[in-house]
Design a protein around this ligand. Structure first.
Ligand code: NAP
Length: 257
């Protein structure tokens, strides 16, 4: 019976892990996607889509599909599913690890904040033409800023309420430094707002802001649930899995039928 690894996905790292595991014999790999993006990229192995119905729903899925190991490779800001995964692992005893890429290193002109609301409070003293690249959710936090012009970039269209003066750019990274410099100059941006997502795909906007000496408001990542094992890269998860899945990929004792 092959070992079954469930990856909670939606990130580049999740896709890379699925590719690495799908190439191995004795391992069945399923990636779970939330279903928010209409045309998600190809993923190796099996894919399931949609919420589980909270931690109990996820725990039921782990049992029903005889999952040997659970890897939460969701985005660092996907706080709810990360809490659910930790709780489902506790309920079922399925070994569980989080794959979370490192955050970015703080730069001189970065203004770390704890939330989008705090970012909105910081903006009026930093600039009036804002490049907002925090994703399509939570834009209501900026809706009261009537004197500020926003350029908002997201993969999927955001839902209202949105700031009254905004221009929407629907685009999916990665973006080059040249693209980001063009965007910041064309819209005469004077401040950038981003989440501390980490990773290379969206880092050129930070390099572009530095090149143009623009301040950057950075929303810090939420913490992980207590006691959760964290790996910073795919190799770290593969090392952990090697200790969880016996050679040959047979299921772990406590999840064998
Ligand atoms: P979230 O707030 O943490 O989760 C909300 C609910 O969505 C969860 O309770 C769960 O529903 C469902 N869900 C989330 N991720 C799922 C997954 N991989 N598979 C199945 N169900 C999932 O999540 P979010 O911030 O909206 O992010 C949704 C997805 O987009 C994640 O997969 C994440 O990796 C990806 N993403 C998020 C961001 C971001 O900035 N937040 C950026 C890029 C990509 P149930 O409780 O019903 O199980």
């Amino acid at each position: 019976m092959p070992a079954h690894v469930l990856i909670l996905g939606g990130t580049t790292e999740a896709r890379r892990l699925a590719t690495a595991l799908a190439a191995r014999t004795g391992i069945r790999v399923t990636t779970s996607l939330a279903g928010r993006v209409s045309r998600p990229g190809a993923v190796d192995g099996e894919v399931r889509t949609g919420g589980f119905g909270g931690p109990e729903g996820l725990a039921g899925w782990l049992r029903a599909h005889r999952v040997t190991a659970l890897v939460d490779a969701t985005h660092p800001f996907a706080e709810r599913i990360t809490a659910n995964a930790a709780e489902a692992a506790r309920l079922t005893g399925v070994p569980h690890a989080v794959l979370r890429r490192p955050g970015w290193d703080l730069d001189d002109d970065w203004h770390p904040v704890a939330s989008l609301e705090e970012a909105a409070r910081a903006l009026p003293r930093l600039g009036r033409r804002v490049f907002l690249s925090t994703g399509r959710l939570g834009l209501a936090a900026f809706a009261h800023l009537t004197d500020t012009r926003f350029v908002i970039r997201s993969v999927q269209p955001p839902e209202p309420p949105m700031p009254p003066h905004c221009e929407l750019i629907l685009a999916r990274g990665p973006f080059s430094l040249a693209d980001e410099l063009d965007l910041l100059r064309a819209h005469r941006i004077d401040v950038l707002v981003t989440k501390d997502s980490g990773g290379a795909a969206t880092a050129p906007k930070l390099a572009a802001a530095r090149r143009l000496s623009l301040p950057v408001v950075v929303v810090r990542r939420p913490g992980l649930p207590p006691g959760v094992r964290e790996s910073r890269d795919v190799d770290g998860v593969l090392d952990w899995l090697a200790g969880v899945i016996p050679p040959g990929g047979a299921c772990a004792a406590d999840t064998c039928p």
